[in-house]
Write a protein that binds this ligand. Structure first.
Ligand code: MTE
Ligand code: CO
Length: 421
C-alpha cells in the first residue's frame, strides 16, 4: 500500500497494516510490545460464543456504529411533523444510501398506511377511471433503477454564505437507492389518456395531501410508481406502500403515499409550485417550474463532521456527485481553493441520474487546505462557483443551490464550512 505514494514515509501503523496484508503475520506479532496490544491480545469476544441466529431477525448495524444516523437542524425544525432529517453523507461510501439513513422530509408527518387498504386512482382526462389495489400494481411489468432524490431546498440555507458545519446539513437532503416499480406509462396506457391530457397531478395520502403538476412527456418518459427501495418494501418515511419516482427532478415532485393521479390539460399551480419551489430573482420575478436538478458534488471526507485525525501523510479524500440530466463522467478536486485542479478517480457504477462516487488520494503535508470539488455532467455542464450562481440568480433564492462547496482544513485537521471568492 505504502509504495503507491511516492516520497511518503510510511508510519509504523501503515507498516503494520502493510505487513499484515502481505501475509506477514509473524512480523506483526514480533513487533507487538505487550499482551494488551490488540494485534495479539485475546479479546473478550474470542473467549465466549457469539449471538445465535435468533437474536436479530431483522439485522441492525453494529452497536459501534450508533453515531451513524440521520440528524435534523434544530432551528429548521419548528415542528418535527413538518421537517427534515438529513442523510449522514460523511459516514457513507459507495453510491447506495442504506434505507434506514435515507433523509426524510414530510410536510404533514409520515403516514402509516395498511397496504391492504391502499388504493391508487387514475382519473380526469382518461377513457376509463381506474382504481388499483397494491396487488393489481404488482401484476404489471416492473423495472429496477437507481436514482438520486434531492430536495430542491438542499443547500438552500447556504445561499447568502457558509452557514452549517457538516455535509450532512449542507448537502444531506439527498438519497440514492434502487427502486423497483411499474413505469407510470403502463398505468396511464391502461386508463387511456385523452388527446388533451397533457398534465398530471399526483396526490399523496398523508395529512399534507402533497400535489404537484407534472408534464405528460416526463410521465411517459421515465417516471415509476415504486413499491420497493434497495430490494425491500419502501420505508414508512419514504412513502410506504407506494411513491412516485420522478428521476432527476426536484424531490418535492416525488409524491409519497401516492393515492391518486389526475390527468388534466394544464398545470394546476398548487401551493407547492407557487408560494414554494419557485426562486425569487433579484428583479422581483420568480422562476417557475425549475424541475431538473443541476450537476452538483460535495467532498464528504474530510469535512466538518469528519476531520483528518491521522496527521500528516497518505489520506483518502472522497465525495459524491450527481446530475438530474445524466451521468457524471468527471469530477475535479482542488486542495488550494481553486488554484490547482486535479481529476478525481471515479469508482462504482455510473448510472443515469444516480449518485457517483469519487476519490482523490494524496499526501497531506500538514498545511491548511481549501477543499473543493467540481462536477462535470454528461451534457458538458460544469458545476458553478457560488459567486457565479449568485451573479445569475441573486441572493433571494432557497432552491437549486448547486454551487461549489469549500471546506477549510486547518493544521490540526479540523474542517470548517467557508467560502472563497
Ligand atoms: N409526498 C408527500 N405525500 N408528502 C410530503 O410531505 N415531501 C416531498 C416529497 N414528497 C412530501 C412528499 C419533499 S419536499 C421531498 S424533498 C421528498 O418527498 C422527500 O422524500 P424522502 O422523505 O424520501 O426523502
Ligand atoms: Co423537498
Amino acid at each position: 500500500m505504502s509504495t503507491k505514494y511516492k516520497g511518503a514515509k510510511p508510519s509504523r501503523r501503515a507498516f503494520l497494516k502493510g505487513a499484515a496484508m502481505a501475509g506477514a503475520g509473524a512480523t506483526v506479532a514480533a513487533q507487538a510490545k505487550a499482551a494488551s496490544d490488540p494485534a495479539i491480545a485475546v479479546q473478550p469476544w474470542m473467549q465466549e460464543l457469539g449471538d445465535g441466529v435468533d437474536v436479530a431477525p431483522y439485522g441492525m448495524p453494529s452497536e459501534y456504529e450508533s453515531h451513524v444516523k440521520r440528524r435534523s437542524v434544530e432551528w429548521l425544525t419548528a415542528d418535527p411533523i413538518s421537517s427534515i432529517n438529513f442523510t449522514p453523507l460523511h459516514e457513507l461510501d459507495g453510491i447506495i444510501t442504506p434505507n434506514g439513513l435515507a433523509f426524510e422530509r414530510h410536510h404533514g408527518g409520515a403516514a402509516h398506511i395498511d397496504p391492504a387498504q391502499h388504493r391508487l386512482m387514475i382519473n380526469g382526462l382518461v377513457d376509463k377511471q381506474l382504481v388499483f389495489t397494491m396487488e393489481d400494481i404488482m401484476r404489471f411489468p416492473r423495472e429496477n433503477h437507481v436514482y438520486f432524490l434531492e430536495c430542491a431546498a438542499n443547500s438552500g440555507m447556504e445561499w447568502r454564505g457558509a452557514q452549517l458545519n457538516g455535509c450532512q446539513f449542507t448537502h444531506g437532503m439527498i438519497h440514492n437507492v434502487m427502486y423497483t416499480g411499474v413505469p407510470l406509462r403502463l398505468l396511464l396506457e391502461e386508463a387511456g389518456v385523452k388527446t388533451n391530457g397533457k398534465w398530471l397531478l399526483p396526490e399523496g395520502a398523508d395529512a399534507s395531501a402533497m400535489t404537484r403538476s407534472i408534464p405528460m412527456e416526463k410521465a411517459l418518459d421515465d417516471c415509476l410508481v415504486a413499491f420497493k427501495m434497495n430490494g425491500e418494501a419502501l420505508r414508512v418515511e419514504q412513502g410506504y406502500p407506494l411513491r412516485l419516482v420522478v428521476p432527476g427532478w426536484e424531490g418535492n415532485m416525488w409524491v409519497k403515499w401516492l393515492r391518486r393521479i389526475e390527468v388534466g390539460d394544464q398545470p394546476w399551480h398548487h401551493r407547492e409550485e407557487t408560494s414554494k419551489y419557485t426562486d425569487l430573482l433579484a428583479d422581483g420575478k420568480a422562476r417557475r417550474f425549475t424541475w431538473e436538478m443541476d450537476a452538483k458534488s460535495v467532498i464528504t471526507n474530510p469535512s466538518p463532521q469528519a476531520p483528518l485525525t491521522h496527521g500528516k501523510g497518505h489520506t483518502v479524500l472522497t465525495g459524491v456527485a450527481w446530475s438530474g440530466r445524466g451521468t457524471i463522467p468527471r469530477v475535479d478536486v482542488t486542495l488550494d481553493g481553486g488554484k490547482n485542479w486535479h481529476q478525481a478517480r471515479m469508482s462504482g457504477p455510473s448510472l443515469n441520474k444516480s449518485m457517483h462516487r469519487f476519490y482523490f488520494e494524496f499526501d497531506w503535508d500538514g498545511s491548511p487546505l481549501l477543499l473543493q470539488s467540481r462536477a462535470h455532467d454528461s451534457t458538458g455542464y460544469v458545476q458553478p462557483t457560488k459567486d457565479e450562481l449568485r451573479a445569475v440568480r441573486g441572493e433571494n433564492s432557497i432552491y437549486h443551490n448547486n454551487g461549489i462547496q469549500t471546506w477549510y482544513v486547518n493544521e490540526q485537521g479540523i474542517a470548517e464550512n467557508v467560502e472563497v471568492s
